[in-house]
Design a protein around this ligand. Structure first.
Ligand code: IPM
Ligand code: MG
Length: 332
C-alpha cells in the first residue's frame, strides 16, 4: 500500500493537519498514513529539528502532508529550516501554488492563475559567507534547473487548461543568471504549443493587482515565487486558503502556504482549508483523481453554504469545520 507521511509540526500545524486527517481517514483511499515529526517542538523534545528517524520514515513514503514549523526566535546563522532541507534532500524542484478564489466574496482582484516556482536554487542556496564586514550569498541559476522548471510549468499549465506561460525574472539587472532563465524559457517553450511571454518581477508584482486577468501560468525563480505567491494568496482570499505542492520526480511534499500562526495556535480557531486543498493536490499527485475532486467539492460546498471558520466570518472551530466537510463527502 502507498505510504504517506504526516507531520503537523508547530503552532497551528498539528491542528490544521489533524483536522485534514480526520477527513482523509473517513475516505476509502487505500493509503497508509504514517505520523512523524520535525520542527521546533521536535527539537525541544529530541535535540534535533529534523531527526534521521524522520528522514528514514519519509524515504519509505511517496508523499508528505505537512502543516507548518516555527523557526527559532534567536538568530542562529547555522540554523537550516527542515523544510528547506527536505526540498533539497528529495530534490523537490517544483513548487506549485494555485492562485484562484474559492470564495468570490473574499477575492480582491480577478486572478485565476498558478505560480510554478523553482524550489531548490536561486537565493535559497543558504551559502552565505562573511568577509570583513560584508556578507556574500551565492545565488545559483543553472541551465538544468531552469529547463526542468519550465518543462514542469508546461505540464501544469496544460493540466490546468491554460494556454499561456509568463516567465517572471529580473534579467534587466541580473543579466547572466536571470538572462539564462529567460533564454532557456523561450527555448523550451518553442515546441510546447503554448504562448510564451515574460515580465520583470517588480512589474509583475504590480500587474498582479492592476491587470490580474493577464496572468495564467507564471514560471519563476525561487525568491520571486516565494514573494509573489504570498501576494497572490492575499489577492485571492488570504493565506488561510492557499495550498502548495513541492514536487520532485519521486516524492511530493504538500503544505499550506501559511506559517505556524503562533498567535492563534492551540485555540481550535485556525482555518484548515489551505491544508485540505493541499491534501487535494496530494491526492492528484497520487493519481487518486476522483478522491481529490470529491474532497475539493466537499470543501467548496461547505464554504459556499456558509459553514466557515472565524477568519472567514463564520463561527466554527477547526475541528467542527472539518466535520462539516466530512459530512458533505457522502453528498458528492
Ligand atoms: C514558503 C515559506 C518558506 C520559503 C520558508 C518557511 C523557508 O515562506 O514555503 O513559501 O521561503 O520557501
Ligand atoms: Mg513563503
Amino acid at each position: 500500500m502507498t505510504r504517506v507521511a504526516v507531520i503537523g509540526g508547530d503552532g497551528i500545524g498539528p491542528e490544521v493537519v489533524g483536522a485534514t486527517m480526520s477527513i482523509l481517514e473517513r475516505m476509502d483511499l487505500g493509503l497508509e498514513f504514517v505520523e512523524t515529526e520535525m520542527g521546533l517542538a521536535c527539537f525541544e523534545r529530541t535535540g534535533e529539528y529534523l531527526p534521521s528517524k524522520t528522514l528514514r520514515t519519509l524515504e519509505s513514503c511517496k508523499a508528505l502532508l505537512f502543516g507548518a514549523i516555527t523557526s527559532p526566535v534567536t538568530f542562529d546563522p547555522c540554523y537550516s529550516s527542515p523544510l528547506l532541507q527536505l526540498r533539497k534532500h528529495f530534490d523537490l524542484y517544483a513548487n506549485i501554488r494555485p492562485c484562484f478564489p474559492i470564495l468570490q466574496e473574499h477575492k480582491l482582484v480577478d486572478l485565476n492563475a498558478v505560480i510554478v516556482r523553482e524550489n531548490t536554487e536561486g537565493m535559497y542556496t543558504c551559502r552565505e559567507r562573511e568577509d570583513d564586514g560584508t556578507v556574500i550569498l551565492e545565488r545559483v541559476v543553472s541551465e538544468k534547473g531552469c529547463r526542468r522548471i519550465v518543462v514542469k510549468a508546461i505540464k501544469v499549465a496544460k493540466v490546468m487548461g491554460f494556454d499561456k506561460i509568463t516567465c517572471v525574472h529580473k534579467a534587466n539587472v541580473l543579466r547572466r543568471s536571470d538572462g539564462l532563465f529567460r533564454g532557456v524559457f523561450y527555448d523550451v517553450m518553442r515546441d510546447s504549443g503554448l504562448q510564451a511571454d515574460d515580465m520583470i518581477v517588480d512589474a509583475a508584482a504590480a500587474a498582479l493587482i492592476s491587470k490580474p486577468k493577464y496572468f495564467q501560468c507564471i514560471v519563476t525563480l525561487n525568491l520571486y515565487g516565494d514573494i509573489l505567491s504570498d501576494e497572490a494568496a492575499a489577492l485571492t482570499g488570504g493565506l488561510g486558503m492557499a495550498p502548495s505542492a513541492n514536487l520532485g520526480d519521486n516524492f511530493g511534499l504538500f503544505e499550506p502556504v501559511h506559517g505556524s500562526g503562533l498567535d492563534i495556535a492551540g485555540k481550535n480557531v485556525a482555518n484548515p482549508s489551505a491544508t485540505i486543498l493541499s491534501a487535494c493536490l496530494m491526492l492528484e499527485f497520487l493519481k487518486k483523481m476522483d478522491a481529490a475532486s470529491t474532497l475539493q467539492s466537499a470543501l467548496v460546498q461547505t464554504l459556499t453554504e456558509g459553514d466557515r471558520t472565524r477568519d472567514l466570518g463564520g463561527r466554527l472551530g477547526t475541528r467542527e469545520f472539518a466535520d462539516k466537510v466530512a459530512e458533505r463527502l457522502t453528498r458528492q
